[in-house]
Design a protein around this ligand. Structure first.
Ligand SMILES: CC1=C(CCC(=O)O)c2cc3nc(cc4[nH]c(cc5[nH]c(cc1n2)c(C)c5CCC(=O)O)c(CCC(=O)O)c4C)C(CCC(=O)O)=C3C
Ligand SMILES: [Fe+2]
Length: 421
């Protein structure tokens, strides 16, 4: 039995069951984040028992990706999958298709996830954890339905999902949870298979560490290459994330926690950016949070400023160099290759700015180890006080709170791993 060596005793929970107010994990379940709390880590003031679930003897990890096309013929069917019922204008779809076509119709995302899967398997083996990894995507082959068919065939009934998305919002959290519910229904496995999901990991040290290194190296490299460049007045760090509709942003966190403008989504990014600047030893360097890859009709408000507009303002502020940090992305997606490496770097060049784009976590050892830690904290039912979190906002919830990550545009669809509103 796969997880027998993990010493878990927790009873299975029915999918969608609320885990509210459970007693803390038994003392036998050792904290499982060896050295994971890096200097500067903070403990959430608000974290309480509702954040954590009881231990569960999972028998496999479900790596849940976005999915992407892997050839020219895949591009349009993929875009139809992504946008069904979304009201994305045709011109926008053609524009996005062109980004994929430019790269032979191939998104880097599936290869990234194959490598992440291999990295997870190696890290699990290294730690002696016998948990197989199955992989399924929301929007392309292999689909979540395929992964569940595989789970059924291999006799797995308790899955812990890792969605390749770090922050809270409809697109980055609830949409995965809805698609899990759909996939269980589609494959008729809802009665036998339970899917839980690891917490949003925006402030987990494994996710943050690669950005800390990237910002330190990015600023250091620019200063080394441009003698006389004043890092406190002439360099600016732009933390870039996916724009989302303002209505989604407002609903991105639990209803009972007020997060102000941009909701939990923007607050999480701002908090992580602050930690990255501090840990990179760069509190003297100016920075701001910017957005990219907007879609939807122009009449609909999305989070701003757009990264290109922000870059155009930099020379007026006396900047000569820019460090672009893809803070919202776990790996080199098309948004990174096109919207940052192509468009944003070109905008910087037009403005006469020196520019670097720092790496995404990808398969950075700290990130891979961090994802394994996130799984093991669920296997062990690690108490909230022992869960690493680098901002005051986390550690985030094992089970999404009522009203979290709603989508007011698309209406209600059932979702797993959350407490129904
Ligand atoms: C927050 C967020 C993430 C980060 C969380 C995460 O990583 O999951 C993300 C990831 C991704 N988004 C991706 C691709 C697309 N997203 C689209 C559309 C949209 N994304 C949105 C938000 C997000 N998206 C939103 C609010 C829309 C409008 C539709 C709606 O209202 O819900 C469209 C349609 C065309 C367009 O509108 O651009 C495409 C093709 C890919 C694959 C890239 C590759 O192939 O490498 C990835 C990883
Ligand atoms: Fe997207």
């Amino acid at each position: 039995m796969a997880a027998a060596n993990l010493g878990s005793t927790g009873a299975a929970d029915a999918p969608g069951t609320a885990h509210r107010g459970r007693k803390p994990a038994p003392a036998a379940s050792a904290p499982c984040a060896p050295g994971a709390v890096v200097p500067g880590a903070t403990r959430a003031a608000q974290a309480g028992p509702e954040h954590v679930t009881e231990p569960v003897a999972y028998d496999a990890i479900l790596l849940a990706g976005f999915g992407g096309p892997e050839g020219q013929d895949d591009v349009i069917p993929f875009l139809r999958n992504v946008t069904s019922g979304r009201g994305i204008p045709d011109e926008r779809l053609e524009e996005v298709a062109h980004h994929y076509r430019h790269f032979g119709g191939i998104s880097p995302i599936n290869e990234q996830n194959r490598q992440l899967k291999a990295g997870l398997e190696a890290e699990l083996a290294r730690r002696g954890v016998e948990l197989p990894v199955i992989w399924g995507n929301r929007n392309w082959d292999p689909y979540l339905n395929d992964a569940l068919a595989e789970a059924k065939e291999r006799g797995f009934t308790k899955l812990i999902a890792i969605a390749t998305s770090a922050y809270s919002s409809y697109s980055s959290c609830r949409q995965y949870r809805e698609d899990f519910a759909d996939a269980l229904a589609d494959t008729g496995t809802g009665d036998e298979i339970q899917i839980d999901k690891v917490r949003q990991f925006f402030d987990h040290p494994g996710f943050v560490q690669p950005f800390i290194e990237g910002v330190r190296d990015g600023i250091g490299g620019l200063v080394a290459d441009h003698p006389g460049l004043d890092r406190t007045t002439e360099v600016e760090v732009l933390f870039a994330t996916h724009s989302i509709p303002s209505t989604d942003a407002a609903k991105s966190g639990p209803a009972e926690r007020g997060f102000g403008e941009g909701g939990a989504y923007a607050a999480q990014h701002r908090a992580v950016a602050e930690v990255v600047m501090r840990e990179a030893g760069a509190t003297d360097v100016p920075w701001q949070l910017v957005y990219q890859s907007r879609s939807g009709p122009p009449s609909m408000p999305w989070l701003e400023p757009d990264i290109n507009d922000a870059i155009e303002q930099l020379p007026t502020a006396g900047r000569k160099a820019v460090v672009i940090v893809p803070l919202g992305f776990v790996s080199d997606h098309m948004e990174v290759l096109w919207d940052l490496d192509n468009e944003a770097l070109e905008t910087a060049q037009e403005q006469g700015l020196a520019a670097v784009r720092v790496p995404t976590p990808g398969t950075h050892p700290a990130y891979v180890a961090g994802l394994v830690d996130l799984v093991l904290e669920r296997v062990h039912g690690t108490p909230v006080a022992d869960r690493p979190a680098m901002t005051e906002l986390g550690p985030w919830y094992d089970v999404c709170r009522p009203g979290c990550c709603e989508n007011v545009r698309l209406g209600f669809r059932p979702a797993l791993a959350g407490i129904a509103p």
